[in-house]
Structures are given as C-alpha cells and as structure tokens.
Design a protein around this ligand. Sequence first.
Ligand code: PLP
Length: 367
Amino acid sequence: MLEHRVQPAIRGLRAYDPGHDMVALRRAADAALVELGSNENPYGPSPLARDAVVKHLDELALYPDPRGGDLKRALAQRHGVAVEQIVLGDGSHELLMQLAQVFAGPDAGVVASQYGFAVYSIAAAAVGAPFRAAPALAMDHAMAAGHDLDAIVAAVDANTHLVYLANPNNPTGTWCGIDAIERFLARIPDDVIVAIDEAYAEFVDAPEWASAIALVARHSNLIVLRTFSKAHGLAGLRVGYGIAQPELIGWLERVRESFNVNLLGLAAAEASLGDPAHVGEGVRKNKIERERLADALRSRGLFVFPSQTNFLLVRFGEDAARIDEALRTRGIVPRPMGGYGLPDCLRITIGTADQNATLLAALDALR
Ligand SMILES: *Cc1c(COP(=O)(O)O)cnc(C)c1O
C-alpha cells in the first residue's frame, strides 16, 4: 500500500543476502556448529581488543568520539598517510553504500566485475544508478573467474562515475598484482572514482600483490577500503575504513552519520592495531590451512579456485545444493553461491585445523 511512495530505485531492490540464518541454525543445533559461511575469523580477536571493550563498558551512556580521532591516528601511522586521508565506517559495507550515495545516481553509472562482491550492485541500485558488470576471466583460466581488468576498462564509459573492485575478490578468492592495478588506474579517467576493496589484504602472500594504498598519493580518484571484520576478528563490532586523498574523504564525510562507529568498535579496533602479533598468527595459521584444505579438496577431484583470502570457492557441480544441505544437517555451514550466478559452487571459510578436518570427513561420508 505504500509502494507508490517508495522511491523507484528502492522498489526493485533486493537486500543483501547474508546466507543461512545462523541464529536459527545455532538455536536448532545441539552442538557448536562449524560456521564456514561468512569468512569470520575462527581464532577470534586480540585479547587486547577484548580488554579494550571491557574497559569501555563504563562509558556506554556516552556518545563515541564522532571523529574517531584515536583510531584514525593509529591507522595513519600504520599506513603512512595523514589523518585527513581516512574515513571510518560502520563496517566497510557502510562506506561502499556511501560511495554510491555521493558519486552515483540515475545519470551516474557504476561498473564492477562479474562475480564481484554482492554489495556493489546493491549500492548502485539503492541510488538508482545503472550498474554494469564486466565479464570475469574464463573459468579455465589460471585465475579462474577472476577480474578481467581490460573488460572493466572497456565497460567504463562517459556515464560511469564509480568503479568497485575487490582485490582479492570475494567470492572467487582471486587477486590482481599491483603492476596490473597500476596499469588499470592509468587507463581509467581521473574523475571516475575507483574503490579498491581490500577486505582480505592481510591474508595475501602472493609476491605480485601489494596494497593500492601506496597509489593513493598519485590518484585523487582512488579510495582503498579495509575492514576489521576479517583478519582482525572483529566482525561483530562493525568497523571499516577508507584511505584516499583529503578531497575525496571530505565528500564522504558530508553524508557520514556523525557517530557511525560505536564506542566499543573504536576502542577494539585501535587495540587490535596494537597487537600485530595476534593478527599475524591468525594469518599464518590461515595460510597453512588454506594450502592444506585446497590440496585435500583437489585430491578429491574438486575444482578449487586459487585463493589469497580466508576462504575457498569450490565447484561441486550439480551436487552443490545437495552437499550444502547435507553439510548443514551435520552442523557444518558453508555459503551457497546461487546469488552470485555460481549455483554449482560453495564458498567455504577456512576454519581451524579441527574444523577443516570435520568438513573433509563429512564430505567423504557424503560421496
Ligand atoms: C567481508 C567483506 C567486506 C567487509 O564488510 P564489513 O562491512 O567491513 O564487515 C567488504 N568487502 C568484501 C569484499 C568483503 O568480503
């Protein structure tokens, strides 16, 4: 009955699909689930982040610092940029939406890659912006279904105002080297905003990859997004950030809700930055398990996409939906990929050694 009052861009919108209803599954389960659907960190956050949360529990009646000054100063030091080059988000998801709000619209289109992160097309649709997905690399390519940077450049036209690019990408796990990113940026008009989403940066060990943060000084249209949700293990507290030149940050600041990052999130993120050993240990374990799990799945005849992240995209063929369901009945929760146009695949977060062994045993029992 209210539909005619809803803005046209919102009417056709489908909200982000967060995967299985974990709360309901947990409630129904009689033991701890093996949760491999959301790329959460199985080792948890730094103890210093937990201490910081506890310490700030006495301040819950107070608004958080609207500028997030302490966290920004810690980030500026970490990344070698100025405080004015940082915007904080209620998760990087919020920043992805804000980028579309500021730079896209009915006459200002958005380009991303096929098999790109689902939030990109939602952000475009929410502001009524035309969205174009550039075809990904062929499945038989070494970087199966990864970004085709030439195709993205070709998809950018005079009406394109914003390009989203995850590196490494979710859900494929694939990545682009820094030289390729530099050549890509050189071919994008310098007034088209390029958002490089590095949510999985900490997990990368491929020598050709480097963060695009180093390119921000030379590209006033570039913003690099990071998050505390993955390697820092703070998904529940919702903290992300973007790094760009001060002008681009200033435009985002105009729409940012003044207290968007909560008190506990600010404190925990800052404390986590002060514990690189904990974050590094989780990354080290992830890398060992990434190789072991990929090898184990490949040895079972499954196609595993190359990954520099904390998850693997695995092709199960026609069996994918059946395997998803059968795993869930055994208390293991992967992420179905139908929404990404990959219905024959499941995305599996790399768990602890125990969790991965449980997964492999269940797969063996099913086949
Ligand atoms: C997980 C993820 C994010 C992070 O989202 P938050 O809102 O910071 O939790 C952003 N981009 C990609 C590609 C992701 O996979």
